[in-house]
Design a protein around this ligand. Structure first.
Ligand code: PLP
Length: 372
């Protein structure tokens, strides 16, 4: 699905030198590389604070912990996402309230949010799925009117730009109170292991999150709150500093692949190409088709027989997972989410794809369609 070896080979000299530099310095934790990376990412995003942590799941957990919520408080989010989004809500004794998504963009349907709000609702947690922002104009408006926090799960959408109705543009993850991302290797800004970060323009939330990520202490061995141990190390920061310089180029490369797929599948009635939210650019973490009137799993098997990888993100919506059988709140059925989980298929997309590979993939998909 991604080619991390080729990507590394293109920047190998720079990466090797930077990593060796960290190894020789023996500053592995909380060193200059880390501070430099946090500052450079903050400047790229146009946000006041970047607080790094151990992974994207921790980022979401620390963000929720920083809001001072009470057990049973409700968090409105979606079911059509990676488990991490909802897992941390339950883990903290909060109550996930999963609402349906839009069939075109796969993102939270703003028209379903208000009917889910109760006096216990404290947070709206949109996921910018596959690399494209949810409808933040509407989400921010609802949040303001109901006095709710917004935490953006931007693990798949770092580098995407959102343009508001008033014409102003901001980076994904810098619009709500807190944005959370992941530097998992296959993410759009990936390191060589685990990593994550929170973004915010709020000084108090920033210092709270820094404290929570560091065992609840500001001054060493004086613990103000129960925190966690979650940090990005300097080797990862050194890698990320180099990749951050290329993040926009990487996004362009992914968009070129998406445009090629769009053109190849244009007019094929059995495949629906991904709809664009006109207010958001797309980081194309995934290129995801919807299958109409063909067996999605048969297409997947056919591709596998021809050694073409594909993935289903996600085959079982979270509200139907065994782990969420007891969420503390009766979960309504989510017809759009349930249908999508049977229709979607994601094709390989990464920064190193060439025309020959693309041709082979699209030809194979179209061969399957024509054989039906
Ligand atoms: C990857 C991902 C996460 C979790 O990130 P990790 O670094 O793997 O913990 C959370 N939410 C979404 C939408 C993701 O894709």
């Amino acid at each position: 699905m991604v080619d991390l070896v080729s990507q590394y080979e293109h920047i190998q000299e720079e990466i090797d030198a930077a990593m060796l530099n960290v190894v020789r310095s023996a500053a592995y934790i909380r060193g200059a590389e880390l501070s430099a990376f946090e500052e450079e990412l903050a400047s790229y995003l146009g946000v006041e604070h970047v607080i790094s942590c151990g992974n994207g799941t921790d980022a979401l957990q620390i963000a929720l912990m920083a809001l001072g919520l009470n057990a049973g408080d409700e968090i409105i989010t979606t079911s059509f996402t990676f488990i991490a989004t909802v897992e941390v809500i339950s883990l903290l004794g909060l109550t996930p309230v999963m609402v349906d998504v839009e069939p075109g963009t796969f993102n939270i349907d703003p028209s379903k949010i208000e009917e889910a709000i109760t006096e216990k609702t404290k947070v709206i947690l949109p996921v910018h799925l596959y690399g494209q922002c949810a409808d933040l104009d509407k989400i921010m408006d609802i949040a303001e009117r109901h006095n709710l926090y917004v935490i953006e799960d931007t693990a798949q959408a770092i580098s995407a730009d959102y343009t508001f109705a008033d014409g102003s543009t901001k980076k994904a993850g810098t619009i709500g109170n807190i944005g959370c991302t992941s530097f998992f290797p296959s993410k759009n800004l990936g390191c060589f292991g685990d990593g994550g970060a929170m973004f915010t323009n709020d000084d108090d939330l920033a210092s709270q999150m820094r404290m929570i990520a560091n065992h609840g202490m500001k001054v060493r061995y004086y613990h103000e709150v129960i925190g966690v141990n979650s940090r990005l190390d300097n080797l990862q920061a050194a890698v990320l500093r180099i990749k951050l310089q290329r993040l926009d180029d990487y996004r362009e490369a992914r968009n070129t692949v998406a445009t090629h797929y769009d053109a190849a599948f244009d007019g094929v009635s059995q495949l629906e190409t991904p709809e664009r939210n006109l207010n958001s650019t797309h980081a194309f973490h995934q290129y995801t088709l919807k299958c109409k009137g063909i067996e999605r799993n048969a297409l997947r098997d056919y591709l596998a027989e021809h050694e073409i990888p594909s993935m289903i993100y996600y085959p079982v919506p979270l509200h139907q997972q065994k782990a969420f059988e007891v969420t503390g709140k009766e979960q309504k059925s989510l017809p759009v989410t349930e249908e999508l989980s049977e229709q979607v298929i994601s094709l390989p997309i990464h920064t190193e794809m060439d025309d020959e590979q693309l041709e082979r993939i699209t030809t194979c998909v179209l061969d399957f369609i024509n054989s039906q």
